[in-house]
Design a protein. Structure first.
Length: 389
């Protein structure tokens, strides 16, 4: 499923006009205070550790409010990508001294996890005299983020006992996630038993994490057992559970089975949403079943469901690859009606495809539309236009 992941990662920005930045962006001067929003936009294009740190300082980012947290997470990503754990430490340790440490601590622990610095997350947890359950949950999540899933059960059992912390639903959900993401989904059953003993009621997240894990390991008998347990715990299998199951089956290249679930939803009078269709369309595309993907796309459209731009773009990509240029054109028009224009290379592939099948009118028409939207990129189309009769 590496392809799906790669597509998801690279498709979203394709349709957006390129942001003007880099050369135009002002450099942050630590002497001048800036807002968190300004910091966020500066951090998007800044990779140099020293300048990342000075932007964060200038904005006095606090992990206790919202745009700040996004900015901090971005800063930590850049600093760790630059291979500078010292800068990560300098940024994050500073947050604990300058703000209300008790509230900031769980966020700092998660950020260390994101940087892959689990020993630092641990140190931050232990620096508190009386660590909270939120800090413990953050530490368990940090293990997952830093891909040290095996640490989770040990830390869970040791620390709940040695610090006298009562685990809550979030704690158990994180433990289950760690097991399910590391190929030990079957441990879910014993964790659930313990939750029952501790009188912690599981919720839909508990079960959807478990289901995703069992699907990944292709333990289909266990999936039936989980669905039965959901009923027993009065967790109704709603839209989100169906979407998790459909996505999981598509990832296993079992899109036909996923489509059976869509039928089951309808039989139960449940309405699929665009996410349901998005999973199925991409699933069928990856399996090379373009006809199924087309049918589902039309059905989604007929139901008035509007997906995100990436759904259009990936469908156009696969249709072009499969030589279905007319349908690609139809999807492209729908996408452009919503002001989502696929990136140049995808558009060029579509235009070349239309030309190769002698659809010159359509090719000219689509070039004209793109040029109208991005007049500054008109130059890029000259070569392609040269191939038109
Ligand atoms: C389940 O509980 C956790 C922990 O309280 C919460 O974060 C999550 O959003 C809940 N899930 C659902 C689907 O309500």
């Amino acid at each position: 499923m590496a392809l799906l992941v790669r597509l998801r990662r690279c498709l979203p920005p394709l349709g957006l006009p390129l942001p003007r930045r880099l050369s135009a962006a002002p450099t942050a001067d630590p002497a001048e205070p800036i807002t968190a929003v300004a910091a966020l936009s500066l951090l998007r294009s800044e990779k140099d550790p020293a300048r990342v740190l000075s932007i964060c300082r200038a904005a006095a980012l606090s992990p206790n409010s919202y745009p700040d947290r996004t900015a901090l997470s971005l800063a930590v990503s850049s600093l760790s990508a630059a291979g500078s754990p010292t800068s990560v430490r300098s940024l994050l340790d500073g947050l604990l001294s300058s703000t209300s440490a008790a509230v900031a601590r769980p966020h700092v622990i998660v950020l260390f996890g994101q940087a892959g610095m689990l020993p630092d997350a641990l140190r931050t947890f232990e620096a508190s005299q009386t660590p909270s359950v939120r800090s413990l949950n953050a530490l368990l999540f940090a293990c997952i983020l830093s891909k040290k899933h095996a640490e989770v059960p040990r830390i869970f059992y040791d620390f709940t006992i040695s610090y006298g912390i009562n685990p809550n639903l979030d704690t158990y959900n994180t433990v289950i996630k760690a097991f399910c993401e590391s190929g030990s989904s079957r441990c879910f059953f014993s964790v659930l038993e313990e939750m029952v003993r501790m009188r912690i009621k599981p919720n839909l997240t508990t079960f959807s994490v478990a289901l995703a894990g069992f699907y990944r390991e292709q333990l289909f008998d266990d999936i039936r057992k989980v669905l039965w347990l959901m009923k027993k715990h009065k967790c109704h299998a709603g839209l989100s559970i169906y979407n998790v199951r459909i996505l999981s089956l598509c990832k296993l290249k079992k899109s036909n089975e996923a489509k059976e679930l869509l039928k089951e939803m309808r039989m139960r009078g449940m309405k699929p949403n665009w996410v349901t269709y998005d999973h199925l369309i991409l699933g069928f595309c990856i399996e090379g079943c373009l006809d199924e993907a087309k049918v589902l796309f039309r059905e989604m459209d007929k139901r008035g469901l509007v997906p995100e731009s990436r759904c259009y773009f990936s469908l156009i990509y696969f249709l072009c690859k499969g030589g279905a240029f007319e349908m690609a054109l139809e999807v492209c028009r729908k996408s452009m009606e919503r002001n989502w224009v696929p990136c140049f290379s995808l558009m060029r592939e579509l235009v070349n495809g239309l030309v190769s099948t002698s659809k010159f009118e359509e090719a000219r028409d689509i070039i004209a539309k793109v040029k109208e939207k991005f007049p500054t990129n008109a130059e890029m189309w000259r070569e392609v236009e040269g191939t038109l009769p």
